[in-house]
Design a protein around this ligand. Structure first.
Ligand SMILES: NC(=O)c1ccc[n+]([C@@H]2O[C@H](COP(=O)([O-])OP(=O)(O)OC[C@H]3O[C@@H](n4cnc5c(N)ncnc54)[C@H](O)[C@@H]3O)[C@@H](O)[C@H]2O)c1
Ligand SMILES: O=C(O)C[C@H](O)C(=O)O
Length: 330
């Protein structure tokens, strides 16, 4: 018997990321080739016309797994019985803006959507926040959703992980599949720390294979930290297809498990692991099984890594204080 469809809510569905994401969800890349889905799309009222066009295109793909599509400008409707919510809708930063500038502009969206999820989503709801500043927006939504377990709110750093893997694979000339256990720590921002000390390339310690600490410090880390800005500079718009691809990876692995694929990076509520203050939604290396994530424990953190993890956690603490000041969380 075919599985019953899973309701997947997507906000900002008529935006750039939405335009890549929806087609990949509907084709089975999010939840696997045997799982039908119903897309529940949320947009602001003025974008509903454009969203109608996207829905027409979804219909025109005749995806066998797409069991239905709904659209709404009301979060209470769009999140009804949803089991997965991808919170993409938010204003992207433009040239010269830092993510912090978006806190006030986008934060308010996530109080409303957190409450709407809490009131309307299915009991098993899992939430990925993509809209920036993603970590702190996830915190705002979580704090506005008293009926949803805190650990169901996550933010996306998988794009950073994928970028970091590609940089390493390019540097040493191996396929990306050879690069494993590459963790992103902290905030999805310029303070994030892509950690090569625990990564492997072809089963060997990545730093031994790379053999170039200066490259790691002076090129690799800044390139990954600044990749979003570099894409905005080059494209005149923020990353979209790669962001959608990372969102697919994040939810796929969370729901279906990481198996023997090694660690992945997810921003999840800290339990105090590795000295990251409890409650901050910070990126860690995690593994997933049975629909649950767990932070990889017992890693040795040297002084270099310690300083970078602490700096990114400090930035997340400042963002939390700022949204508290704005009255967006208690
Ligand atoms: N975490 C990451 O790695 C990552 C990567 C890339 C982009 N982003 C972020 O994702 C967000 C979306 O990017 P984009 O390029 O798709 O932007 P976009 O401007 O093309 O699309 C955003 C869409 O969200 C809609 N929207 C705005 N407020 C909304 C609300 N309250 N409810 C529902 N929809 C709403 C807009 O109408 C628009 O269609 C931005 O915040 C961007 O910075 C995050
Ligand atoms: O950097 C941005 O503002 C967009 C996005 O978060 C990215 O990393 O590409």
């Amino acid at each position: 018997m075919p599985a019953s469809p899973v309701r997947v809510a997507v906000t900002g569905a008529a935006g750039q990321i939405g335009y890549s994401l929806l087609f990949r969800i509907a084709s089975g890349q999010l939840l696997g080739p045997d799982q039908p889905v119903i897309l529940q799309l949320l947009e602001v009222t003025p974008a509903l016309g454009a969203l109608r066009g996207v829905v027409m295109e979804l219909e025109d793909c005749a995806f066998p797994l797409l069991a239905g599509v709904t659209t709404s400008d009301d979060a209470n409707v769009a999140f009804g019985d949803a089991e997965i919510a991808l919170l993409v809708g938010a204003r992207p930063r433009s040239k010269g803006m830092e993510r912090k500038d978006l806190l006030e502009a986008n934060g308010a969206i996530f109080t409303v959507q957190g409450k709407a999820l809490s009131d309307n989503a299915a009991a098993g709801i899992r939430v990925l926040v993509v809209g920036n500043p993603a970590n702190t927006n996830a915190l705002i939504a979580q704090q506005s959703a008293p009926n949803i377990p805190a650990e169901r709110f996550t933010a996306m750093t998988r794009l950073d992980q994928n970028r970091a893997k590609a940089q390493v694979a390019g540097k040493v000339g191996v396929p990306v599949t050879e690069v494993r256990d590459l963790a992103i720590w902290g905030n999805h921002s310029a303070t994030q720390y892509p950690d090569l000390f625990h990564a492997t390339v072809g089963g060997r310690p990545a730093m031994d294979v790379i053999g170039d600490r200066t490259w790691m410090e002076k090129e690799f880390i800044p390139t990954v930290q600044q990749r979003g800005a570099a894409i905005i500079e080059a494209r005149g718009a923020s990353s979209a297809a790669s962001a959608a691809s990372a969102a697919i990876d994040h939810v796929h692995d969370w729901v279906l498990g990481t198996g023997d694929g090694g660690w992945v990076s997810m921003a999840v509520p800290s339990d105090g692991s590795y000295g990251v203050p409890e409650g901050l939604i910070s990126s860690f290396p995690v593994t997933c099984a049975g629909g649950q994530w767990s932070i990889v424990q017992g890693l040795e953190i040297d002084e270099f890594s310690r300083g970078r993890i602490d700096a990114s956690a400090a930035e997340l603490g400042e963002e939390r204080a700022a949204v508290r000041e704005l009255g967006l969380i208690g």
